[in-house]
Ligand binder design. Sequence first.
Ligand code: CIR
Length: 256
Amino acid sequence: MFKRAIVRRPASNFADGLTTVDFGVPDFDLVLKQYDRYCAALEESGLELTRLPEDEAHPDSTFVEDTAIITERGAILMRPGAASREGETRSMLPVLEGIFGAIPKIVAPGTVDGGDIGEAGEHYFIGISHRTNEEGARQLAEHLAKLGYTSSTVDIRNMTTILHLKSGIAWLGGRTLAVMEEMAARAEFAGWEIVVVPEEESYAANCVLVNERVFMAVGYPKFEAELRRRGYKPLVLEMSEFRKMDGGLSCLSLRF
Ligand code: CIR
């Protein structure tokens, strides 16, 4: 069960962040509206929020998930792979140390974006991407092993459809993963129960199990129906403005 989450309000220069997609320029009023609704949904699910102020020096800083991972046994500071995002961890570190005390960190030349780290109970999938390199993955696997977790890597560098591993997979509790169709047959997920996210709905694969609910983006009826059929309770949120900047539901909070 999650009890808390860390979120950071979008900066007014949010639209200056990185993106690989061509869905237009985010409407900032709508960004704030969607962000406020997302925060309210976390609170409705019983989480107490630590709300960080906007960070104008880092337009992508509302995507706090990329700066750290938080496990039940402690937090680990990431080292984001995009130069413009590296500094985001400077303001996150004291927040995390205030909660967890001294925490381990990914160090150069390693890079890891939290969005590449798919938590799945006692196991962590580490995406090797254009943001997360092999050295970062190696360091993270060591830190996770010290905390008693297993991990394995999933190389997504050849994929053009996702930025981070977690754009394509999500843990749905137990041994169940939601996986975008393009990745569903990969050997790395053998032995897991897979809920396939149809290709035309692949953005919906970035969903998040938050206590009783599965947070998912609006507009993906097949995946939503499949979740309901399996007994999950989807909580559907508008994500259009974050999607324009390659962001998804998981990126907007650190949950623990
Ligand atoms: C970036 O390119 O870094 C941001 N515009 C989007 C980050 C999304 N984060 C995530 O999927 N964890």
